[in-house]
Design a protein around this ligand. Structure first.
Ligand code: LHQ
Length: 262
């Protein structure tokens, strides 16, 4: 297992937990944390034993966005360059990873911290958690994929309000808007997130990876091409051991057992 300065990473039963670990600044994203998140996500994509990724955070906040005390924000550096080299590859690694990524959000997820949570495939929140699209508060525009993910999740009109007014959105409201899949009592969030991930890890890993691609592409493609894309992915899935096992389990009236490499 790689050793990181700003992350705690552990793998158990196919679930790789990537835990941001700068609690004293609510996991604000300095250069090291961004680079380490990039490499941890890339390692997760490669790792044959990794079936699901859990993105979590140490301390009372999920992530306060860009570290505003880091040298990148001293006004002399190009923000565009910082996004291109440090944030965008991370967002692409997450959206492109053929494995489910679940974010467990406790406390505040602000600015690029909110973007990171939205780049996960599913979000679970603690009751006291909030999203704040903090960009407009400091005179910036949404970045790190927020302008891409937010309207897809909540629709254009709501996305405009969330991005422009930057009001905190509590967990219950986030669930209502479709920003959160489920809300748990704060003290139970981590265990509930691990349970949720274990359920995904018990599933057919290849089929779930293809499902992620199908749903992402389904938002982009015209109907004819979306149907064709589904058919091509189903052809792939239908030639894999997971399908054989799934059908065998159905006939034998038992739970299917999917293993890495099926
Ligand atoms: C922080 C931060 C932080 C450093 C709390 N940095 N220390 C991309 C590319 C390049 C440039 C710019 O931006 C971007 C994208 C973005 O992410 S823009 C958005 C950047 N983030 C923000 O504007 C959020 C700033 N933080 C806050 O508004 C508050 O801290 C929130 C609402 C997140 C939490 O408030 P509280 O719960 O009251 O906590 P706090 O403010 O007391 O923070 C606790 C500590 O964490 C504190 O340190 P201290 O030494 O005073 O105890 C803060 O200074 C530190 N911290 N956010 N982004």
């Amino acid at each position: 297992m790689d050793v990181y300065e700003t992350l705690l990473v552990r793998e158990l039963d196919g679930v790789l937990e990537i835990r941001m670990n700068r609690p004293e600044v609510l996991n604000a994203l300095n250069r090291t944390l961004k680079l380490e998140l990039q490499s941890a996500m890339k390692a997760a994509a490669r790792g044959r034993q990794v079936r699901v990724v859990l993105l979590s955070a140490e301390g009372r906040g999920f992530c306060a966005g860009q570290d505003l005390r880091d040298e990148e924000t001293d006004g002399r550096r190009s923000i565009g360059e910082s996004l291109r080299t440090l944030y965008n590859p991370l967002v692409e690694a997450m959206l492109g990873m053929p494995k489910p990524i679940v974010a467990a959000v406790q406390g505040v997820a602000a600015g690029a911290g909110m973007s990171l949570a939205l780049a996960a495939d599913m979000r679970l929140m603690g009751e006291g958690a909030t999203f704040v699209a903090a960009f407009s508060r400091i005179g910036l525009v949404p970045d790190s994929g927020l302008s891409y993910m937010l309207p897809r999740l909540v629709g254009l009109g709501r996305a405009m309000e969330i991005a422009m007014l930057a009001q905190p959105i509590g967990a219950v409201e986030a669930e209502r808007l479709g920003l959160s899949n489920h809300v748990f009592p704060d003290g139970e969030l981590h265990e509930a997130a691990l349970d949720f991930c274990r359920r995904l890890a018990d599933g057919p890993a290849q089929a779930l990876g293809l499902t992620k691609k199908a749903l992402q592409r389904g938002l982009e493609l015209p109907l004819r091409q979306a149907l064709e894309y589904e058919a091509a992915l189903q052809e792939l899935a239908g030639h894999a051991g997971e399908y054989v096992e799934g059908v065998a389990a159905f006939k034998e009236k038992r739970k299917p057992v999917y293993k890495t490499g099926d």
